[in-house]
Ligand binder design. Structure first.
Ligand code: MG
Length: 382
């Protein structure tokens, strides 16, 4: 029996995870839920799944939820609440789909408690990849990612000797501004940036896809998950989002994983791992597809991707600071307080200000995260 604790249950990945669990049926149950402030949706989920434990953002959301579901379920809140859900004794799989750095402590706690974790948000690995991979090795548990590119690579690597990998090739849709020159991007509005051509996602990740910052996070995520130097992780733009990523081996052979753009396949793969089970989803029809195309990303236009490579090479606190700076910059951009091209500018300035520490512990990382947020607000003029 797979008993799931779901962190981020009302978000895009969270709601799709519940749909997949519903389809999987026997053998899968949801035993604990954590969400933020979408209390009415969470209340519906509680009525459907009857978890023993639920966590929300804060005390106000807790009272609101209690008003909707009564006293039958224990309700906790805040980061402590997330950790409690992530370590819930009855759960044996933690699906971690909380946006941003907030997901880190719960994942660490879940791994320490010996739970299998399926990370859907990439920030924890970007911030603390070294710590998370060490914990994973110590526990002897597979870390099966839900990010579609990393799920693709994970699938391509099954049964392969990691020593024979030449490079990983992450595909990127290119976002709504593919092919644009730098000058075209200066006046971009939040509405334009939120209009992603192939993927329906939350606002933060959609902006990150428009800047290619999301791909930068994925490069660092891949570096940790697959234990390769960042210069062996390449990015190729593939607007149709059918090839989800590829692995090139030392003999020159390239394996790709393909599917229509959807998150249910990687979610199901992570839930049912190491097994593959039938899915009712419609099948990829390659003959009915437009031609598949590939092109190099322009790192001079999409500076965020170049910055992510710089951060990965610098290591230590820098990827953490980069991530925090982006979270602030994207929020300020969505509020209309800075321009689209200010996002990489703010990130670069914060990275320059960041201290160099070789093997930071979690406390040092959280301190760097907080400091980077203050610097980012300064650089935003807020
Ligand atoms: Mg992805």
């Amino acid at each position: 029996m797979t008993r799931i604790a779901l962190l981020g249950s009302t978000g895009s990945i969270g709601t799709q995870t519940l749909e997949v669990v519903e389809q999987l049926g026997d053998g899968y149950d949801v035993v604990a839920l954590a969400a933020g402030r979408q209390v009415s949706l969470l209340a519906e989920q509680v009525r459907r799944w009857r978890p023993k434990l639920v966590s929300v953002a804060d005390a106000a959301a807790r009272e609101e939820l209690r008003g909707l579901i009564g006293d039958s379920t224990r309700i906790v809140c805040g980061e402590e609440g997330l950790v409690e859900v992530a370590t819930w004794e009855n759960a044996n799989l933690v699906v971690a789909a909380v946006t941003g750095a907030l997901g880190l402590r719960p994942i660490v706690a879940a791994l320490q408690a010996g739970k299998r974790v399926a990370p859907a948000n990439k920030e924890p690995l970007v911030i603390a990849g070294s710590i998370l991979m060490r914990l994973t090795r110590e526990q002897g548990l597979p870390l099966v990612p839900i990010d579609s590119e990393h799920s693709a690579i994970y699938q391509c690597l099954r049964g392969e000797d990691p020593a024979t990998i030449e490079r990983l090739v992450l595909t990127a849709s290119g976002g709504p501004f593919r092919g644009c020159a730098l000058a075209d991007l200066a006046g971009v509005t939040p509405e334009q940036a939120l209009n992603h051509p192939t993927w329906k996602m939350g606002p933060k990740i959609t902006i990150d896809s428009a800047t290619l910052f999301n791909k930068g996070l994925e490069v660092i995520e891949a570096q940790w998950l697959f234990g390769l130097p960042v210069d062996k992780v390449d990015v190729i733009v593939h607007p149709q989002s059918i090839v989800h990523s590829m692995v090139e081996f030392q003999d020159g052979s390239v394996l790709a994983q393909m599917d229509d753009p959807n998150m249910r396949t990687p979610i199901q793969f992570a839930l049912t791992y190491p097994h593959r089970v039938t899915s009712p989803r419609s099948r990829l029809n390659l003959a009915a597809r437009k031609p598949l195309s590939f092109e190099q990303p322009d790192l001079d236009v999409f500076r965020c991707l170049a910055l992510a490579y710089d951060a990965a090479r610098a290591g230590g606190l820098v990827p953490c600071a980069m991530n925090a700076a982006d979270e602030v910059a994207v929020e300020r951009f969505l509020q209309g307080r800075i321009g689209f091209l200010d996002i990489p500018r703010v990130i670069e300035r914060v990275m320059e200000r960041c201290d160099h520490v070789a093997e930071p512990d979690l406390d040092a990382l959280f301190a760097a995260d907080a400091q980077a947020r203050r610097w980012a607000d300064e650089e935003c003029g807020c």
